[in-house]
Design a protein around this ligand. Structure first.
Ligand code: FAD
Length: 509
């Protein structure tokens, strides 16, 4: 006779692991089944080349909830995050570049070189953004998040565009772009489009590093978060199975979810099923159509989920030498997010091409170098440049993402970097490329979408999928539920807590 579990979790992304850790800690027998060879989903460190440890997908942390870090004692399981400071560096081809940091005087000097008025404007912009994003922070673990509980000011800003909000405070194009990029990360819209105000604030909603909205690196790369969560879950007895793809959720005669079927035909029974897979996969691939009302199926079909993202990881023999900033291993700008986009118009232009179905000819790039602050990630003297690029439509108008198209896109990104840091093309020793299609096949991200679906009004708060699904006994615990994407653990926390709350009421096997 098969041994059933109390809870079965489909997917071992970081959210599935958070759910597993909380449920196992509460005394439930838990099994996680993950299709990949490793757990972590898009929060992984891998070794594509000997001597390198690469955060293949996500690379920086901010939203991981302090309650989760403390409850699960993640530092005791190897988690250590440290501040990314300076926070932002925008490289230029000619003219001065811009470096923003937590050193107030240094930042004021940088901004004053462009506009004296913007010194005050930027301070007000940051303070307002942190205040409004704080309202999101306070909702991250809400059982029933509601957009209309936010202040009128927050609602207005979140429904508007990132550009409108930022340009209310600052006039310098390079400064406005440095802030507004957070409004389009992972999003198939331009910064002048309505709703990107919310995406911007979402990226300021984290408190993992302490200060509101601060971002940081994780020692050992993002996989250290998943490794710590897996360790907690295992410590409490959870079983984590990899290379185990779920092909169907089993529904019993009463219409309750009661287990899963794996690709090799194995069946696993469970009292409840939680899905860390995205909503489209969960509701259309894993459930039979008759399990859901037509109205709900229409909602799933209308889910906005189109990735504009390419990720390219470059193993470099030396640090980039930006022609606009002095070179040197101690130069602060190597710790910052390095932006290639010197105005909001630059980003909007890049989007316009993608909206017509073509890769941006001048892409917006966000680049990260963790190796100066954590040399253990690369062989001595070498550096990893993580490049997050937009916009690259999942569905291209000019054809498929063939191997040649993939290489051409990566080459164009490298050429763009080379214009700002001429030594980079010749310093490349190895390349890892993820187009939107690769992000889907490698990480299971639907249509390559890094948040499992857009984080735009209409798909946030109560309009994201609820952790409690229409199928009794089936819960969501991934980014398709509030607060959505990023490495926050909150969907996993919310899924697990809904189960624990309902557990007393649930019929056991
Ligand atoms: C390129 C990139 C850069 C990013 N950068 C950042 C960043 O710097 N900081 C940040 O906070 N966020 C970042 N994000 C977003 C963030 O990584 C994701 O939103 C988050 O990791 C999603 O976590 P999750 O657990 O909800 O889902 P996922 O990580 O997608 O995990 C879902 C898991 O379910 C598994 N699965 C799916 N279907 C099945 C099935 N049928 N059977 C078994 N298993 C299944 C998948 O294999 C996967 O492991 C980035 C994402 C990408 C792709």
């Amino acid at each position: 006779m098969r041994q059933p579990f109390d809870a079965l979790i489909i997917g071992g992304g970081h959210n599935g692991l958070v759910a597993a850790a909380y449920l196992a800690r509460a005394g439930l027998s838990v099994c996680v089944v993950e299709r990949s060879e490793v757990v972590g989903g898009a929060a992984v460190s891998e070794q594509p080349w000997p001597g390198w440890r690469v955060s293949a997908a996500s690379y920086v942390v901010s939203l991981l909830h302090p309650t989760i870090i403390a409850d699960l004692d993640l530092p005791a399981h190897g988690y250590h995050a440290y501040l990314k400071n300076p926070s932002s560096f925008t490289a230029t081809l000619d003219g001065p570049s811009l470096l923003l940091s937590r050193d107030r005087e240094a930042t004021e000097r940088e901004i004053a070189a462009f506009s004296a008025a913007d010194v005050r404007g930027y301070a007000e912009l940051e303070a307002t953004l942190c205040r409004l994003a704080g309202e999101i922070s306070d909702s991250l673990l809400d059982e029933e998040p509601r957009f209309d509980r936010l202040s009128t000011e927050a609602q207005r800003v979140f429904l508007g565009s990132a550009a409108d909000f930022v340009e209310r405070y600052v006039e310098t194009p390079i400064l406005a772009a440095a802030v507004a990029t957070d409004g389009i990360v992972g999003t198939f819209l331009g910064p002048r489009d309505a709703g990107t105000g919310y995406v911007l604030a979402h990226h300021y909603a984290g408190r993992a590093l302490g200060p509101q909205g601060a971002w940081g690196y994780v020692r050992g790369g993002m996989g250290s978060i998943s490794a710590a969560l897996a360790s907690v879950a295992r410590t409490h007895g959870a079983v984590l199975r990899t290379a185990a793809e779920v092909t169907a959720i089993t529904i019993n005669a009463e219409g309750r979810a009661c287990g899963v079927v794996l690709q090799d035909g194995e069946e696993i029974d469970a009292g409840v099923v939680l899905s860390n897979a995205d909503p489209v996969t969960t509701f259309t691939r894993l459930l039979p159509p008759q399990a859901l009302e037509p109205g709900f199926r229409e909602r799933v079909a209308a889910w906005r989920c189109e990735s504009p993202v390419m990720k390219v990881n470059l193993a470099l023999g030396e640090l980039p030498r930006f022609s606009c900033r002095p070179y040197g291993p101690d130069a602060g700008h190597y710790n910052a997010t390095i932006h290639i986009a010197d105005s909001i118009d630059y980003i909007q232009r890049a989007y316009t091409e993608a909206a017509a179905g073509l890769p941006s000819s001048e892409p917006m790039l966000e680049m990260f170098l963790q190796t100066p602050s954590d040399p253990s990630l690369a062989p001595p003297g070498k550096h990893l440049l993580s490049v997050f690029a937009q916009y690259y439509p999942y569905a291209r108008k000019d054809g498929e993402w063939t191997a040649a198209a993939r290489q051409a896109a990566a080459d164009a990104i490298l050429a763009t970097i080379g214009r700002y840091a001429p030594n980079v093309p010749n310093a490349v020793e190895a390349v890892q490329i993820f187009t939107p299609v690769d992000l889907e096949s490698r990480f299971g991200l639907p249509r390559g979408h890094i948040f499992h679906g857009e984080l735009l009004p209409g798909q946030i708060f109560e309009d994201r999928f609820s952790v409690r699904t229409p199928v009794p006994g089936l819960y969501l615990c991934g980014s398709g539920t509030h607060p959505g994407g990023c490495v926050s653990g909150c969907p996993g926390w919310r899924g697990a807590h809904a189960v624990l709350k309902d557990w007393a009421l649930l019929p056991r096997r």
